[in-house]
Design a protein around this ligand. Structure first.
Ligand code: HEM
Length: 472
């Protein structure tokens, strides 16, 4: 495989086989199989299946919002709003994140996934369970919600065990490995608490405010799973795609552990209405987020690739908005503040739109448009390397289409925020349709990439020169 046509030309250090001359400590398990093109092609099937499923959910969730933008003006506990939330969160975001974990865990840790078969069980349980859950939320059928939710939860149990065993087998520690294990644990906790909430709505056996429990569940899912995952994988992905280096892990480590400590305080404090403790927990999370952001900025300073492509740019923009959203969340929790769950103004819904639309969507979509071309390339062209011309992985995407898609998705945030603040249907409609247009362009780009799986090109256009400057 030549450097020019390898998909890892932008980040070879973490995707290549280890140096055979490096002495192996006694505690490290036997070497992984060599990462040949065909080996990675076989490994890439599972993550690619998750990415495909996530793209279908992205279309469905964006369409749901475009057809009923007024949902964002309802109280966030309304069944249709909870259905819409889970279409986005479980259908799109969690599906991408699980697929990315199945891809990144072996690559980052230099091992193979322990349970490929259990990964496929997870895929099918998730593919069947989530649509059932979204429908059950919509019609508020708590019995069916319990059944479909259990399917999703069993899938997440398999996922967590798989991640944990993979990290253990790799025998690695460090921020990325720790964040993979912790995030899988938080996801498991979120789905189990979700099932408990559903059971409690049905039988009413927990003597606590259901909205307070909902908040605890939502934060364990969103901050516990996604934030923890991002605080680790960002330090793998960003240096990989910008040819940078993490020279000092202290800020990343401090960021991860501050946020973990904060979450452990915040979640119970939200459930039991302990305002001061909730604020203290949130403050620790904010400190953790900023520490991670600082560490990432330092890693970016070392990059050799000065011009960032749309995927990396939008990922970083999402990270900046997440920092802003963390401060907004802290303000919402300040003891004595009048803001709460009621629609309108600065409340839960505006905050949720900022976190999901401004923070997570750019981060996850940015990640998708780096990982999907890589996986597609591996499946379509990996086994052909050395036997004929193959295109570069970067040539599979259409950067202009990607940039336009991201611009629309980001532009949609403004009317959506104004709409949720003023409870104005026109602003909400405009925002939802701009977002839908951005999603359609993004799906067009992704479809163009995945087309190579069925129709690989045989004649390769001359590679464009990527400007590379020295870090100095
Ligand atoms: C088996 C999986 C899950 C089940 C059964 C479930 C169940 C529920 C239930 C019943 C509610 C509404 C609570 C109420 O009104 O009392 C809820 C709300 C919520 N859940 Fe889940 N959940 C699951 C997974 C997740 C995950 C993985 C996340 C995030 C990563 C998540 C994020 C949220 C959010 C943000 C809300 C608040 C929605 C709103 O207020 O509109 N859920 N969940």
């Amino acid at each position: 495989m030549t450097a020019k046509n390898s998909p890892t030309a932008v980040g070879s250090h973490s995707l290549n086989a280890p140096d055979p001359k490096t002495p192996r400590p006694a505690s490290v398990p036997p070497a992984r199989p060599p990462m040949s093109g065909s080996w990675l092609a076989a490994q890439g099937r599972l993550p690619l299946a998750f990415m495909g499923l996530a793209l279908v959910w992205l279309a469905a969730a964006a369409l749901m919002l475009a057809l009923a933008p007024g949902l964002l003006a309802l109280p966030h506990t309304h069944p249709h709003v909870v259905a819409l939330t889970h279409a986005w969160v479980l259908g799109f975001f969690v599906t991408v994140a699980c697929g990315a974990t199945y891809q990144l865990a072996p690559v980052a840790l230099g091992t193979t996934l322990v349970g490929e078969r259990s990964g496929w069980w997870h895929f099918w349980l998730h593919a069947i369970g989530v649509p059932g859950m979204v429908y059950s939320f919509w019609v508020w059928d708590l019995e069916q919600l319990g059944h479909f939710g259990t399917a999703v939860a069993v899938g997440v149990v398999l996922f967590s065990i798989n991640v944990w065993r993979t990290v253990r087998r790799a025998g690695r520690s460090g921020v990325v490995a720790t964040s993979l294990i912790l995030s899988a644990g938080w996801l498991l906790l979120a789905v189990l608490l979700g099932l408990l909430l559903a059971a409690n709505r049905f039988w009413g056996f927990i003597p606590l405010d259901p909205v307070a429990l909902l908040r605890a569940h939502a934060h364990i899912g969103l901050a516990g799973f996604f934030l923890t995952l991002l605080q680790g994988v960002a330090f793998q992905l960003v240096p990989m795609f910008t040819l940078g280096d993490v020279r000092d892990w202290r800020r990343a480590k401090a960021g991860l552990w501050l946020a973990q400590g904060g979450l452990l305080v915040l979640a119970p404090a939200l459930a039991w209405h302990l305002a001061f403790l909730a604020f203290a927990g949130a403050a620790a999370i904010v400190a953790g987020v900023f520490s991670s952001a600082w560490g990432l900025a330092r890693a970016l300073d070392t990059r050799k690739k000065r011009r960032l492509d749309p995927g990396v740019r939008v990922f970083l923009l999402g990270a900046i908005v997440l920092c802003i959203a963390a401060v907004a969340g802290l303000a919402l929790l300040a003891p004595g503040t009048p803001w709460g769950s009621a629609p309108g103004g600065f409340g839960a819904m505006t905050y949720a739109v900022l976190v999901l639309g401004g923070g997570l969507l750019p981060c996850i979509a940015g990640m998708l448009c780096k990982i999907v071309p890589f996986l597609t390339w591996m499946r379509a062209y990996g086994p052909k390397v050395g036997r004929g011309p193959t295109p570069a992985a970067g040539a599979l995407t259409q950067p202009r289409l990607e940039a336009a898609a991201f611009a629309l998705q980001i532009a949609a945030l403004v009317p959506l925020l104004i709409g949720t603040w003023l409870l104005h249907p026109v602003w909400l409609g405009v925002g939802a349709w701009i977002l839908f247009a951005g999603v359609l362009l993004f799906l067009g780009d992704m479809a163009g990439v995945m087309r190579h799986l069925w129709r690989p090109v045989t004649v390769v256009a001359p590679a464009k020169k990527i400007p590379v400057k020295n870090a100095s």
